[in-house]
Write a protein of this length. Structure first.
Length: 289
């Protein structure tokens, strides 16, 4: 089976490559090989490679910048997804598309179900929702998976920023009133590969690691594990602060825990607690340094 991945160089695309099952032939394309906003290029590349499956891991993910850069955010997250879906339809390939918990407004206090009404608070969330709707309309048999709080060994993310700040600063304040689930991109990549192997699976799914945390809890765990592993030499005080003390251009959901039950059943794979996954990622990061 031939699988084409967009967004090479991004966190998820990198983990998809790193976790590639040996039986698949991979074509992994970065923005320099394929800009998904360019419909002519998308049609040409999909027609040329004739993949069996396309995984769209490309996205505009700069959540705060999107508030003022909405033309590009929509071009990538809506038009780009639509271009891929149309090309997949013409060339008869299956599409797996990745989306976000930021399509929800965070007003619930129990995990978001795949059928819950999406009400994004940010331009990024709205542009991703527009992409989900376009993909669903064009390819009702596609797979859309919404994830959250993704980090990986590759590229910039919360874990790597925290490790840097914890080494540089004498104390840190981290937001405690936004709750969700940290997700190692490797786990999401493994879920996607499990679904590639199950052609009968389609529809909307949610996938993160297991459990619940605030950004503050996540930061505390990063520091504890990094000290245990010899990646930090000393602990600094970490204070829980409210979101109001750390204003950002984009509003983020206060509660973005999503229900993974149907994704676990579809892929025959259980989620793993976020702290266990964080520990594995830090081991990998340490080896890579
Ligand atoms: N990161 C998170 O916390 C998070 C949470 C929930 C869901 N998600 C979703 O998960 C998926 C993967 O996210 P990620 O964290 O791996 O994102 P990422 O690290 O930002 O990677 C996205 C990749 O897409 C590329 N890209 C941007 N515009 C493109 C275009 N026009 N054509 C082709 N490629 C383009 C980026 O290239 P450049 O770097 O050159 O721009 C980057 O390599 C996305 O759908 C995202 O919305 C992410």
């Amino acid at each position: 089976m031939k699988v084409l991945i967009t967004g090479k160089g991004g966190q998820l695309a990198w983990e998809l490559e790193d976790n590639l099952p040996i039986q698949y032939q991979l074509i992994s394309l970065g923005i320099e090989d394929l800009d998904i906003t360019d419909s002519v290029a998308v049609n040409k590349i999909i027609a040329m490679h004739q993949p069996d499956v396309v995984i769209n891991a490309a996205a505009y993910t700069a959540v705060d910048n999107a508030e003022t850069d909405h033309v590009l955010a929509y071009a990538v997250n809506e038009t780009g997804a639509k271009n891929l879906a149309l090309a997949c339809k013409i060339n008869n390939c299956r599409m797996l598309h990745v989306s976000t918990d930021f399509v929800f407004d965070g007003s619930k206090t129990t995990p978001y179900q795949t059928g819950d009404v999406a009400k994004p608070l940010s331009v990024y969330g709205a542009s991703k929702l527009a992409g989900d709707i376009a993909v669903q309309e064009i390819l009702p048999d596609s797979v859309i998976v919404r994830s959250a709080w993704i980090y990986s060994v590759n590229a910039n993310n919360f874990v790597k920023t925290m490790l840097r700040l914890m080494a540089e600063k004498s104390q840190l304040g981290v937001v405690y009133d936004q709750v969700g689930t940290p997700t190692w991109a490797a786990g999401l990549a493994q879920w996607l590969w499990a679904v590639v192997a199950k052609p009968q699976v389609n529809g909307m799914f949610h996938w993160t690691d297991a459990g619940v945390a605030s950004w503050y809890d996540f930061a505390v765990a990063i520091q504890e594990l990094a000290i245990e592993k010899g990646m930090l030499v000393r602990a600094i005080p970490i204070r829980p602060i409210p979101s109001s003390a750390y204003p950002t251009p984009a509003k983020r959901p206060a509660f973005s825990v999503i229900d993974k039950t149907s994704a676990e059943a579809a892929a025959d794979m259980l989620t793993i607690h976020w702290r266990t996954q964080l520990s594995k990622m830090l081991d990998k990061l340490k080896t890579s340094q």
